[in-house]
Every structure is written in C-alpha cells, then in structure tokens.
Design a protein around this ligand. Structure first.
Ligand code: HEM
Length: 139
C-alpha cells in the first residue's frame, strides 16, 4: 500500500513507538480515541454495533506496523473496511482526525510523535473517502 510521507516524517518515524512509550501506551491512547469516536455526535453512528476491542487492536496493528513494529496487521484493506459503510464525507474524516489529535494531546505524547501519527492518519484521507469506489466488485 503506497504511503505518502514527507521527508521529515520519514526520518523521524523510526523510533516513534519508543517515544510514545511502547505498544501498551499506544493501546491506551487508542482506547481513549475509540471511546470518543463511539460516543461522538457526528461520527458515532458509523461505529454502532461494532466490536470496539477488535477495532482498537486492528488500528494498533495497522499503525504500529507502519511505525516499524514487528507486528502483523490482520485486518481488511481500507476499501474493504470502509466501502460497505454509509458514505464517509470529508467532514466525517476531519472530525475523526480532530478526535485523534485531541486524544494524542490528552495523553501528552511528545510533539514530534504526535506529528508523525497525525501525518500517517491523514495520508489515508483519499483512501477512506474514496473507499466505495475502491471496493472490489464480486467476481
Ligand atoms: C471518518 C473516517 C473513518 C470512519 C467513519 C471509519 C470507520 C470504521 C468502521 C466503522 C470500521 C469497522 C468496519 C467493520 O467492522 O467491518 C473501520 C475499520 C477500520 N478502520 Fe476506519 N474509519 C475511518 C477512517 C480510518 C482511517 C483514516 C484509518 C487509518 C488510518 C482507518 C483504519 C481502520 C482499520 C485498520 C480498520 C479495521 C479493519 C478490519 O477490522 O479489518 N479508518 N473503520
């Protein structure tokens, strides 16, 4: 999957997990993030009836792997995960991204680690917003 990193992100992402405080700390931040997402007035409806614990683990795998952890991502592709959902609009994406930023700041992660994480998340804007178009047609 092509990832769009700028040069600064590229050079600083290597030990970002260490600076965050390890995978357990990442999981704590993601728990907080998903608590907010599930209860949010604007985007919460996407998540109703979903397995929060599983989503957190998948997101952890997905993100930590990109930051260099030796961890396997067991989830779906972005089009397969998001294509079947109700249409995800730019405002939904931006709201989710804002909630992520707030969670990262609440947990007082180092500023450079926050930047790397947010840039990574944002790099999926097109993939998530265009997920319906990218859905594979059944053979
Ligand atoms: C407004 C934007 C987004 C919404 C509303 C949203 C919503 C969801 C929902 C409801 C699921 C569960 C799908 C299922 O259980 O079948 C899901 C899965 C997932 N999403 Fe998102 N998502 C958004 C953006 C993103 C972004 C930007 C990323 C990556 C940085 C991401 C990564 C994932 C991953 C890794 C999964 C797990 C797939 C799996 O379990 O196989 N999502 N998302």
């Amino acid at each position: 999957m092509p990832l769009v990193y700028n040069e600064r992100v590229m050079t600083s992402k290597r030990d970002v997990i260490e600076r965050i405080g390890g995978l357990d700390r990442m999981r704590e931040v993601l728990r907080d993030f998903y608590d907010q997402l599930f209860d949010d007035m604007l985007v919460g409806f996407f998540f109703q009836g979903r397995d929060k614990k599983k989503l957190i683990e998948r997101q952890l795998q997905f993100t930590a792997r990109a930051f260099g952890a030796e961890i396997v991502y067991e989830g779906k592709s972005m089009p397969d995960a998001h294509g079947p959902l109700p249409p995800i609009l730019p405002g939904h994406f931006d709201r989710r991204h804002r909630l992520l930023e707030e969670a990262l700041r609440r947990h007082a992660l180092p500023e450079d680690a926050i930047e790397v994480w947010l840039a990574y998340d944002k790099s999926f804007r097109r993939a998530v917003l265009g997920a319906k178009a990218g859905l594979k047609k059944p053979a």
